[in-house]
Design a protein around this ligand. Structure first.
Ligand code: ADP
Ligand code: MG
Length: 311
């Protein structure tokens, strides 16, 4: 029997009064991946994560964490989980090191060396002795991730870990998540409204809107190069010459043309390398020829028709 996946959620539902926050949401997070849980503000990400962690009860549906039902077998289910939900709360008058030690003690004690190790891991070792009250938002977020990772969880759940961070802080979190993935010991479920950011680190993503799953799949499945759509870049003043060659030699009409850029569909008849060869043969310099991959944001807009607040 293969081991139970880190997260299996089925038909989750949650209402707050008249607001339906989550509607019939199902998802599976497989071992050893970074799973992006994406959607605009108010989509229901935090509510879902709270249900996954047993922080609130769903109105319907079920959650199993490593095979254990989060409601019936809470202790077993949560044992190997580290989480940071909606910005961590720390004691501002204590140092970073003391805060982690304190929280470690609540769950049975963590050696000081482990605290240092994890502070180093998130780039806060130099700040270990400083009071958290003086920390920037980015430092607090990193300390929150350190706390979530303190006991070497097999599943790490991070709700909007890059919220409120500047580009440098965001880069640092991205690097940290990459490292965690590459080590391969921890599965990461990370929520965000920043699609562009998540595109860079996730293996699989779920895109939700208004409490419903729009798409779930690997990034390749979701973004997969538009079938055969290729962008060709030539000298701006040779644009129409290039279009003429494509039509004459391949019977290809570019679907879109602007100065120096031609978008075309190539197929078995005329692979990209063949197009390149013929253009060069006809005396046209080819500056670029690449298949077009959509962005997650484009996928979102295509799915919802909404222009999102997500980037
Ligand atoms: N405790 C609550 N009481 C009332 N409404 C809530 C509560 N928590 C969330 N909501 C509502 O549920 C919807 C989803 O919110 P949330 O899960 O926080 O979205 P996200 O994390 O994707 O931004 C929103 O409309 C929000 O206003
Ligand atoms: Mg949220």
């Amino acid at each position: 029997m293969s081991p139970a996946p880190p997260v299996v959620a089925e038909h989750l539902k949650k209402r707050f009064g008249s607001v339906s926050a989550v509607e019939d949401l199902s998802l599976t997070v497989e071992e050893g991946k970074v799973y992006g849980f994406l959607g605009p503000n108010g989509a229901g990400k935090t509510t879902t994560i709270r249900m996954l962690l047993g922080l609130i009860a769903p109105d319907g549906g079920s959650v199993r964490i490593f095979g254990h039902d989060i409601r019936r077998d809470f202790k077993l289910a949560i044992r190997c989980v580290g989480a940071m939900v909606e910005g961590p709360a720390f004691y501002p008058f204590l140092t970073a090191h003391k805060n982690l030690q304190l929280f470690g003690r609540l769950s049975g004690g963590v050696p000081a060396a482990r605290v240092d190790e994890i502070l180093d891991r998130v780039g806060l070792l130099r700040r270990a002795g400083q009071k958290v009250g003086g920390f920037s938002q980015g430092m607090r977020q990193r300390l929150g991730i350190a706390l979530a990772m303190l006991e070497k969880p097999r599943l790490l759940v991070l709700d909007e870990p890059t919220n409120g961070l500047d580009p440098q802080g965001t880069r640092e979190i991205r690097e940290l998540l990459r490292q965690i993935r590459d080590e391969g010991e921890t599965t990461v479920l990370v929520s965000s409204h920043l699609l562009g950011e998540m595109e860079r680190i996730c293996d699989r993503v779920a895109v939700i809107s208004q409490g419903r799953m729009l798409r779930e799949g690997s990034l390749d499945e979701l973004l997969g190069a538009d079938d055969g759509v290729v962008e060709l870049v030539v000298e701006p003043d040779r644009t129409s010459a290039a279009a003429e060659v494509l039509t004459r030699r391949f019977q290809i009409e570019p679907r879109r043309i602007r100065r120096g850029h031609l978008e075309l569909i190539v197929d078995g008849r005329a692979g990209a390398s063949e197009v390149n060869r013929v253009l060069v043969e006809e005396g046209l310099a080819v500056h670029g020829l690449h298949s077009r991959r959509r962005s997650l944001e484009q996928v979102f807009v295509e799915l919802t028709g909404e222009v999102s607040d997500i980037q």
